[in-house]
Write a protein of this length. Structure first.
Length: 419
């Protein structure tokens, strides 16, 4: 047969073109699978970072509670009784619960229009009475000055810490607020600090939009005696906040003549339980991402395996001749496995690279410019990328395993007779 025969050349050209197209399409399947896996993992991790970024600096082992209305009669008291937490309750809790780390009383004031005034500037803001140790529960992220200290609490000083948004509105020219006096609910307080607080946490308003005053000062000025509106507490290391919460409720009920079985007399929430619930949700999200992404990747790997099967069939005669000339099985295996591995690796690395670039561009040109975006820094970790590459290479080897076994079963005499 003349190797320069036009029909033969055309047949060879069609075969080469067909093989290239099949390889490109199969490679695209692997490329798309790893690309989607990387993008989904990055988005999932970005969603988790975005949610936890909003409460970054908040004690995860904390709980909060306040006095409510009794729902059961007890010791001569009718149900529906309103009661209050007092300073004496705080002292009893501190003495009686060894697992308790930080206990911080909190007070709230009534909010009225334009209740905060500085010269010609005025605004409506929430005002809270806080203890100096509250900073151990919610990091205040002080940008100027300092937070309330023990001396302020002891001497009931008329000082305050304003939020960053309060500062921006009362000081539009960005002048130094420290030492300045503002009128809060008709009383003048000296500014000692500016705080941002935890951005997404709100206890009667976000810290950035509120004003903090020593709680002892609020008690005296508002003529509230020793009433405490809320208690914030954290447990010691390796102790569950639930343990501390249950002990606090038990002691508060006993000290205020409330039935031990009355579950409505004390309201509150446990931040540790909320954090654990969010973590479980993200574990589920991560599982779904890996399941869907792996399914897409496996579909691409099956495509690689199929095209290698077709390649083996088309090269039956070549393989038979090589076997007849003494080619070892390991040589045939290495050829087919290497082709499968190279095809998978090239397509997969392209998908991995494009996925990382896509996440970076989305972060730079969209997420960083958007306000209150629930996604933050959607990138995959180095460990996740390494795991993806290892999975990719393993899948490439698996994709070439079945075609390799078929090639080893080809008998040399049968292959030579193949047309």
């Amino acid at each position: 047969m003349n190797i320069f025969d036009s029909d033969r050349l055309e047949e060879i050209w069609v075969t080469i073109t067909r093989n290239k197209v099949r390889s490109l399409l199969t490679g695209f399947g692997v490329f798309w699978g790893i690309f989607m896996l990387i993008v989904m993992m990055g988005a999932g991790e970005g969603l988790q970072r975005g949610m936890f970024k909003g409460i970054e600096g908040f004690a995860t082992n904390s709980c909060f509670m306040g006095a409510g209305t009794t729902s059961e009669p007890y010791k001569g008291f009718q149900k529906g009784r309103r009661w209050n937490i007092h300073n004496s309750d705080v002292e009893i809790l501190q003495r009686s619960i060894p697992e308790l780390d930080v206990l911080s009383p909190i007070l709230f004031t009534q909010r009225s229009d334009n209740n905060v005034v500085l010269g010609d500037n005025a605004g409506t803001y929430n005002v809270r009475g806080l203890h100096s140790n509250y900073e151990k529960i919610e990091n205040q992220f002080i940008s100027k000055g300092r937070f309330i200290n023990d001396i302020d609490i002891l001497h009931k000083r008329k000082v305050c810490v304003i939020g960053t948004k309060v500062y921006e509105e009362l000081f539009p020219k960005k002048s130094d607020p420290l030492g300045q006096y503002i009128r809060v609910n008709g009383i003048y307080y000296q500014i000692i600090g500016v705080a941002e607080g935890v951005s997404d946490m709100s206890l009667n308003g976000k810290t950035s939009e509120a004003i903090a005053i020593p709680f002892t000062t609020i008690q005296q000025i508002n003529n509230q005696g020793d009433v405490v509106h809320m208690l914030a507490a954290t447990a010691k290391k390796n102790v569950s906040a639930k343990v501390v919460e249950d002990q606090m409720k038990e002691l508060l009920k006993a000290h205020n003549n409330i039935s031990p079985t009355d579950n409505q007399a004390i309201w509150g929430f446990n931040m540790e339980e909320q954090f654990n619930m969010v973590n479980l949700v993200f574990i589920g999200i991560a599982f779904i991402i890996w399941l869907v992404g792996s399914g897409t990747l496996i579909a691409g790997i099956i495509g690689v395996s199929n095209i290698m099967m077709v390649t083996v069939k088309e090269r039956t005669k070549e393989i038979g001749i090589r076997r007849a000339l003494g080619a070892k099985p390991t040589t045939i295996m290495s050829q087919i496995m290497s082709e499968s591995l190279v095809l998978t690796a090239i397509a997969g690395m392209l998908g991995l690279t494009l996925g990382v670039v896509t996440l970076h561009l989305a972060d730079v040109y969209w997420l960083q410019k958007a306000e209150n975006m629930f996604l933050s820094d959607p990138v995959v970790s180095f460990g996740t990328a390494v795991i993806s590459v290892i999975i990719l290479l393993i899948c490439g080897l698996i994709a070439g395993a079945i075609p390799t076994l078929r090639a080893l079963k080809i008998k040399a005499i049968d292959a030579i007779r193949e047309e």
